[in-house]
Design a protein around this ligand. Structure first.
Ligand SMILES: [Zn+2]
Ligand SMILES: [Zn+2]
Length: 269
C-alpha cells in the first residue's frame, strides 16, 4: 500500500496537510475553514467524511481554525498533546468528548492503519509537536513552526523519505520589513520560526539521512518569496554535493491551495 500526502494550505494564514493510503486518511492541522478544507480535499478525491483523524501540532489559530467544525460535522477524532488540548479548548468552540484523543509524545499510535509518532519542537506554544506518519517502509514527517535547528527533532525526523519542512523567512527581509519590533523578536527567537538558511541546513542533514523529497512550507507572506526559499535550499544542497532533482527533490508548498499529490517515494505534481 502506498503512502501519499498533499499539502493543502501552508503559511501563516493557514495550514493543513493531507496524508493517507488506500485504507485510511488523516489531516495534520486544519488551519482554514471547514469549507475551504473540503474544497481542496475534493480536488484529491477525498471527502472530509472519510477522514480517520485530525492531528493537531499546536494551538495557534493558523493550525486549528477549522478543527472543531470539521470534527463536529463529520464526526472526526482530534489528536493533540495534553498541553495543546488545554491551550486550545477555549479557542476551538467544542469538540465532542468522544472525539477527544490525548497522547503522550513518547508513545506512537495508529490512525487509519498508519503509524503516527510525535516529536517535540521548540516553538512558543504550550506543548507543540511535529509528526511522523509511516506505512510499510515509507515515512513522511511534518516539521513546521520550529524556532531553531536542534538534534532532538532532527533525530526524530531523520530517516523519513519525505519531509514538509518549515522555511519561514529570509532574515534580511524580516529585519527590514514592516513588522513591529516585538513580533520580529518573536519570529527570530529560539521558539519562533525557521529561517531559510536554517531550513536549508536541516534539509542537507535530512537528505544525508535518507530523505528524497523536501517540501518547504509555512513561508511568511511578508518576509519571504517561494523562489528565494527554494534557491537558498538548492544552493545549500549543491554546496554539500547533493544534486537537486537527482539525489533529492525540493519544492515549495503553496499558500492557499493544493500543492500536488506526492507519493512518499515518487512525486506526481
Ligand atoms: Zn505556531
Ligand atoms: Zn503556524
Amino acid at each position: 500500500m502506498e503512502l501519499r500526502f498533499s499539502p493543502l494550505f501552508s503559511g501563516s494564514s493557514g495550514n493543513a496537510i493531507y496524508a493517507g493510503c488506500d485504507g485510511g486518511h488523516l489531516l495534520v492541522d486544519a488551519g482554514v475553514t471547514c469549507l475551504r478544507l473540503a474544497a481542496e480535499l475534493k480536488r484529491i478525491g477525498i471527502s472530509p467524511a472519510q477522514l480517520n483523524g485530525i492531528l493537531v501540532t499546536h494551538e495557534h489559530i493558523d493550525h486549528i481554525r477549522g478543527v472543531s467544525v470539521l470534527s463536529r460535522k463529520y464526526d472526526i477524532p482530534v489528536y493533540a498533546t495534553e498541553g495543546t488540548w488545554a491551550a486550545m479548548e477555549d479557542k476551538l468552540g467544542g469538540v465532542s468528548m468522544k472525539n477527544v484523543r490525548v497522547f503522550e509524545p513518547s508513545e506512537d499510535f495508529y490512525v487509519g492503519g498508519m503509524n503516527v509518532s510525535a516529536f517535540e519542537i521548540p516553538h512558543d506554544a504550550a506543548q507543540p509537536v511535529g509528526y511522523s506518519i509511516a506505512l510499510g517502509g515509507a515515512r513522511l514527517s511534518v516539521a513546521t513552526d520550529i524556532g531553531h535547528v536542534r538534534d532532538s527533532w532532527l533525530k526524530a525526523v531523520a530517516g523519513s523519505d519525505a519531509v514538509v519542512l518549515e522555511s519561514n523567512y529570509d532574515p534580511d527581509m524580516l529585519k527590514a520589513g514592516p513588522y513591529p519590533y516585538d513580533l520580529k523578536k518573536r519570529i527570530l527567537g529560539r521558539r519562533g520560526h525557521l529561517a531559510n538558511d536554517d531550513a536549508s541546513r536541516a534539509a542537507v542533514e535530512l537528505i544525508k539521512r535518507g530523505a528524497r523529497q523536501i517540501v518547504l512550507g509555512h513561508l511568511s507572506k511578508e518576509n519571504n518569496f517561494p523562489e528565494l526559499a527554494e534557491r537558498c535550499c538548492s544552493l545549500a544542497l549543491c554546496a554539500a554535493g547533493i544534486v537537486p532533482g537527482e539525489d533529492a527533490s525540493v519544492c515549495v508548498a503553496k499558500r492557499d491551495s493544493l500543492t500536488g499529490i506526492f507519493s512518499v517515494r515518487m512525486c506526481f505534481t
